[in-house]
Write a protein that binds this ligand. Sequence first.
Ligand SMILES: Cc1ncc(COP(=O)(O)O)c(C=O)c1O
Length: 385
Amino acid sequence: MRIEVAKRLQHTEEYYFSKKLREIDELNKQGFNVINLGIGSPDLPPHPSVIEALNYYASLPNTHAYQNYKGIPALRNAIAAWYKKFYDADINPETEVLPLIGSKEGIMHVCMTYLQEGDEVLIPNPGYPTYSAAVRLTGAEGVYYNLKEENKWLPDFEELGKQDLSNVKIMWINYPHMPTGAQASQTFFQELVSFARKHNILICHDNPYSFILTDQPSSLMSVDGAKDVAIELNSFSKSSNMAGWRVGMLIGNQERVNEILRFKSNMDSGMFLPLQMAAVKALALDKDWYADLNNIYRARRAKVYVLLDLLNCTYDINHVGMFVWAKIPQQYEDGYQLSDKILSESTVFITPGGIFGSAGNSYIRVSLCTSEEKLQEAIDRIKLI
Ligand SMILES: Cc1ncc(COP(=O)(O)O)c(C=O)c1O
């Protein structure tokens, strides 16, 4: 039978990592034991109290039904309290919170809620590939804004303001930024809110890395007026070690939350109650949880610096997040060439920066989701090249 995929999928390829993991699996089957420093999936477990809560609520007879589309009040309250405690942002738990089955799905919900053919969307280059994939699926057009090392990987509002922004409906933004690890100040967030108001653009801030290796977690939602012009996605995947659990959240004003719920409630039927109760536990953890996690990531990052020094790559020690972003030496054409060389000669996989957009072509990205021992092994293998 010949059946064509819908037009909306015709320019959408399988996700890079989905393909690459298959290639790595193939090498492992041949006995190569590849060390994968690619994907940002935490290898450490969630806090024991979180797992206990999941087990406990899953063992009850009355926790298995469909759930409220807006999440249970206990989770919405816990999210609002967490936003207050760590970000000093005031969020109404009744009306301004929408739990998500991972923040990645939130990116799609937001795009499907607001975009259609003829609309334009500002997308960071480099940036998380899901923004452009989700925008493309709606028929809208991505307009890339280049982030540059010399601008500390922040957008240049003056330059953006010179463009015709009349068809731009949404701007995707993400700080701490993935893949570079650059941070944005509160002053930058204030400028962003003014820019959005001036050009009537909905800012969609994707914020999964705010706790990883930062001194102080930051949120766009703690800036005055942000809720009028912006929404924020947040995630349990990185800061609570719950990537596979698929729990995230969207914060926005009541109107935005209701609009997005109009789409989302037609896609899924709420989140498993024991997961929501476990997420409540995760949000109740105090700052020591994040500090302990960061001690581990700091020690790993020191190893990654050694590995990158061996490759003659350069990096910024002030950057944060779950990855180290590094510029490759000039002898390589691009990050793909270096990544392929390391995979074939050392059986270590490192992500080429080009998968995050053309502005990442001269870079590679190393994940911190691997033990110090494994990182040492990767260093030893690379030393032999
Ligand atoms: C920038 C960025 N946004 C969103 C996500 C997705 O996170 P989640 O697991 O909450 O869907 C990732 C995951 O790697 C990410 O790097």
